[in-house]
Design a protein around this ligand. Sequence first.
Ligand code: BES
Ligand code: MN
Ligand code: ZN
Length: 503
Amino acid sequence: MHVKVENNRHLLKRSLEAVAVFLFEGEPPAGESVAAIDKAAKGMIHQIWEEHDFEGKLHQTTILYPCDDTAIRRLILIGLGKREDFSADKMRSAGAKAGQTARSLKAKSLAVALAADEIGLSWEVATEASVEGIILGLYQYTEFKTLDRESFNEVELLQVFIKDNENMSLVKAAAARTEKICRAVHFVRNLVSAPANAMTPTIMVREALAIAKGHKKIKTTVLEAADMKRLGMNALLGVAKGSAEPPKFIIMEYRGTGKEQSPIVLVGKALTFDSGGISLKPAEKMDEMKTDMAGGAAVIGAVCAAADLQLPVNVVALIPATENLPGGRALKPGDILKSLSGKTIEVLNTDAEGRLILADALAYAGRFKPVAIIDIATLTGACVVALGDHVMGMMGTDDNLKKRIKKASEQTGELLWELPLWDSYSDLIKSDIADYKNAAGRPGGAITAAAFLSKFVGSYPWAHLDIAGPAWLTKDQAYNPKGASGAGVRLFVQLLRNWSDAV
Ligand code: BES
Ligand code: MN
Ligand code: ZN
């Protein structure tokens, strides 16, 4: 999809396939741009309002067909809900609704008249939210569909019309930024959607190299099994032992500012398939474990977006990637591993493998002397039980870092909620015969997993995001169609944008 920003003056001089108009609930159609469109549509918008046939309820959608001598072929009315409940996130969902409606009408282009002042948002936020909602809502994964491909209509052009030239450059810049961020989200969604036979650790490396290629400021390094052995990454190697696919440890370094500035290190769990290993998972829904690399994909996407946006920050992404399979050499319950940090781990459940590979990656993160470490992982079913499947769990040791993450969550609409990480949870992960055990039973499962991770972080400010729920949606959400959501990418990009503002 390509986004073009133009002045309203041009709006009605064109033949437009579909024009979206956003209206608040209980308010008569008003504002300059709506009036101009209504005039071109011979007063249809006012008419439908007078008849009470369109009330502007959130996501309410009506399609009007003005007579054929107007420039507008289809008019899509979308409700924004009540003004007092309105937010940037409602704009995203309304945008998604408009885009999806245009697609269902087989329109190749969609025009929207954007009037930030009339909807009470800044021009920057209004542009970002509407463009983001439209692009993200139109995502579809068609890679493996060979039949009826012509029925997958793509909306190829989004025309954003604004009323004056005063905000033109600001709106253009915001739209261009949003396109870049959405490209990263779609990249991540594609990686997560891919089945495990098309997304092995080796293929993930290829994808990371391919997307990083355009950015000379990203340096990508890949550690092979032999390197891991030399370094002592035995927790990661332990998980990989049950699989014939070689594990990979991907390191992507983006330098957007001076060398002397310590980087933010993002660590993403990448199990390209998690069968559970010898502690095998039930067959039902095991296929969904192809998404167990969503954290790893998210940090690749975030670093590339940071580079694309030329953010003045230094960021490193670390992606331990492997499969978890019950092969002949697989880890057995009871096995003890000596991790990169030197600490020993008793593997009581081979299905608690994410924390094993993260233990080594978190220990490795210390080499960069980071200002902060944030890991992101589809780590526990327990987190989904605690918070629902649309919310990520956050735990961590640094209040300031957690505050920054919460702020980015509010700005992006990527919902998260903090769970406590009190010292008492650490008692639950003590092993009788090693330093720690990797599984601690059902109570507080999301937190005991985080408590385990905390032992490998060292003294750096750290936060952990559990995306077991939101990484993969079983039903459509406004601008996140069901399937892979790209959870974490927009959150990280916003965090990094704020970070660079703050210094
Ligand atoms: N990848 C899973 C967690 C998961 C579950 C992600 C559902 C997405 C949806 C993780 O490796 C796992 O299996 N965790 C176990 C931990 C337990 C054995 C301590 C779990 O949550 O059951
Ligand atoms: Mn598992
Ligand atoms: Zn897993």
